[in-house]
Design a protein around this ligand. Structure first.
Ligand code: AMP
Length: 221
């Protein structure tokens, strides 16, 4: 089973990917996480990506396609499948993903489009922070830790926030997203793979919509 989560920044792709990973044992491939790790490690790619990410623009397709191809190859044969989070973001990336998977005898089984009112997104992103250790996501306005300064999930006391989670960059990220969203929606809906999810409700409800779809389409092979 290979799944894709599409949706605007802040729609909850990362959170939902982690829940799917817990339930079905898939490998989460988040291109945003891979790029942030390259930035943190100050690799040549990281230095190039940092500038682009801080502007809220897209890293060139060739780089992203190679990155995802290498990740798939490194896990292939040792896992139950993948959940792609933040990839693809262009039609070229979508076509390349299909090619890479088909060369390995796999395909995309379902694509979830997480739809959400754009007015909710700025608050979701601009106030977002996460646990440095386990990645649990919080929000200064919408969801703080039960005990202030202590992660609810792992008890760590260190938190971090993304440098591109600020109002200016978020607006640019949303603009870039809106330019590409319909192209990807059309691409996967023509393949009969697309399932629209209402992502404005709470995390558990969104997760239930995804799981119900997977359970009802007998894709759990
Ligand atoms: P994300 O964590 O998915 O919101 O990604 C953060 C940033 O990384 C994006 O705003 C882009 O600059 C870059 N990025 C992540 N994934 C991709 C991708 N598939 N194609 C191009 N740029 C990407």
């Amino acid at each position: 089973m290979n799944l894709i989560l599409l949706g605007a920044p802040g729609a909850g792709k990362g959170t939902q990917a982690k829940l799917v990973v817990e339930k079905y044992g898939l490998i989460q491939l988040s291109t945003g996480d891979m790029l942030r790790s390259a930035v943190a490690n100050q690799t040549a790619l990281g230095q190039k990506a940092k500038v682009i990410m801080e502007k809220g623009e897209l890293v060139p397709d060739e780089i992203m396609i190679e990155m995802i191809r290498e990740s798939i190859a490194s896990y292939q044969g040792h896992c139950k499948g993948f959940i792609f989070d933040g990839f693809p973001r262009t039609r070229k990336q979508a076509e390349s993903l299909d090619n890479v998977l088909s060369q390995l005898g796999m395909n995309i089984t379902s694509v979830f489009q997480l739809n959400i009112d754009e007015n909710l997104l700025i608050d979701r992103i601009a106030y977002r922070y996460s646990c440095k250790k386990c990645g649990a996501i919080y929000n200064k306005k919408l969801k703080v830790e039960k005990i202030s300064g202590v992660c609810d999930v792992c008890g760590s006391v260190e938190f971090t926030s993304r440098s591109d989670d600020n109002v200016v960059t978020v607006k640019s990220r949303l603009k870039v997203y809106n330019e590409m969203a319909n192209i990807l929606i059309k691409y996967y809906s023509e393949k009969g793979r697309l399932k629209i999810i209402d992502a404005s409700s709470d995390v558990i409800d969104v997760s239930k919509q995804i799981i119900d779809h997977l359970e009802s389409t007998s894709e759990l092979t």
